[in-house]
Design a protein. Sequence first.
Length: 149
Amino acid sequence: MGGSGNPAGLATAGGTGAASSSGQGGSGHATASSGPPGVLRYNAVMTSGHEFGDIAVPAKGAFIRIVYRGGYSGSWASGNGTGEMQNSGERLVAIEKPGNSVSAELRKLDNSARQPLTIEIWKDGTRRAANSTSLPFGRVTASANLQDA
């Protein structure tokens, strides 16, 4: 897996490697609120598991998880670091030496309205933020405070 010399197969600093797992379901509670037109923002509290889909999020570190079958392009920023994200499929991007916060922006590269493009920001096994869009050529942003409460 991965092929980038990273034994866990994780993308680093905007790379495009991927890690896989058996993919187990999980449960959580979410509250939704409207954002810009066509964008659903939600805060979710994980109650069990760290896996949704094919990628397991590691218990330590800061990560951006992207879920979309089609192509996407965008960027992330944290502290003094930035990175580009362009690929397709579900990906996990490791943020090395993150700052106090992480922000990410992605856009769909196709006109599909059937599947949402989702960004999740994780720190030490806890999802700190998530956002998605189903609009054709839609744009989605997410940001999270990574400081411990």
